[in-house]
Design a protein around this ligand. Sequence first.
Ligand SMILES: NC(=O)c1ccc[n+]([C@@H]2O[C@H](COP(=O)([O-])OP(=O)(O)OC[C@H]3O[C@@H](n4cnc5c(N)ncnc54)[C@H](O)[C@@H]3O)[C@@H](O)[C@H]2O)c1
Length: 243
Amino acid sequence: MTQLPLALVTGGASGMGLATVERLARDGFEVALVDRNAELTQKESARLRDQGLTVSAHVVDLTDEAAVRALVRGLRPISALVNNAGIFDERKFLDVSNADFRRAYEVNLIAVATLTQESVRTMPDGGRIVNIASRAYLGAKNHPHYVASKAALVGYTRASAMELAPRGILVNAIAPGLIDTPILRALTPERLAAQLALQPTGQAGRPEDIAQAVSFLVSPQTGFITGQVLFVDGGKSLGGTTS
Ligand SMILES: NC(=O)c1ccc[n+]([C@@H]2O[C@H](COP(=O)([O-])OP(=O)(O)OC[C@H]3O[C@@H](n4cnc5c(N)ncnc54)[C@H](O)[C@@H]3O)[C@@H](O)[C@H]2O)c1
């Protein structure tokens, strides 16, 4: 039997990561689901395996550099890497601490860089990397540390694309708008309503909308796109929301 190509999805136990794990497994990948939430990681990977999908479970805190490098060294080469795990919280501009910045950067940027660096050592030529940034990197209120970390992730995406293009490894980012996942619990009901009001389509996206975009970007048929940011945001990045 031919071996399925291996995809690794971080933050795969919840939200858009979980939808992506399922989608890539249905697309024909063996998927390594990586998350720090042990209970959800075991539960969701078992549920997907019960559906006949090839999914392995790996409980790792991605801010643990040694654990991340050991994870990759314990796997066969990764053909498609989806850096999806991220953290989000709200703080008023004048209340954000250096610790808030460091925490956001540790998960949303530095963990991505560690995992990417370790993965590309063995990634086959023609591999794919997708980084989940955020539409917020263009600018947003009440979470400057998050916005800055995601803007940095877009910069890292572009740098990686330049570095890895000679090997045919394509690196792109997706910038989701408001997507209906558990991460939105960080918003008060008032802030959630304010965010929804900014959606030109009037509604939040679904985790499957992001999984669809990842599926497109990691497909062998998608061969000439690299260093780009794909906005999957119901038009929020268009700017104006008034008539
Ligand atoms: N939901 C939105 O509206 C939205 C919008 C733009 C961008 N994003 C981004 O999308 C990505 C996925 O978010 P989501 O909305 O599906 O959220 P989510 O909270 O449902 O899922 C995030 C997952 O990442 C995992 N995770 C967080 N830190 C980790 C760490 N240090 N090590 C291992 N796993 C860790 C969590 O355990 C969780 O399972 C994030 O990068 C987020 O910033 C979300």
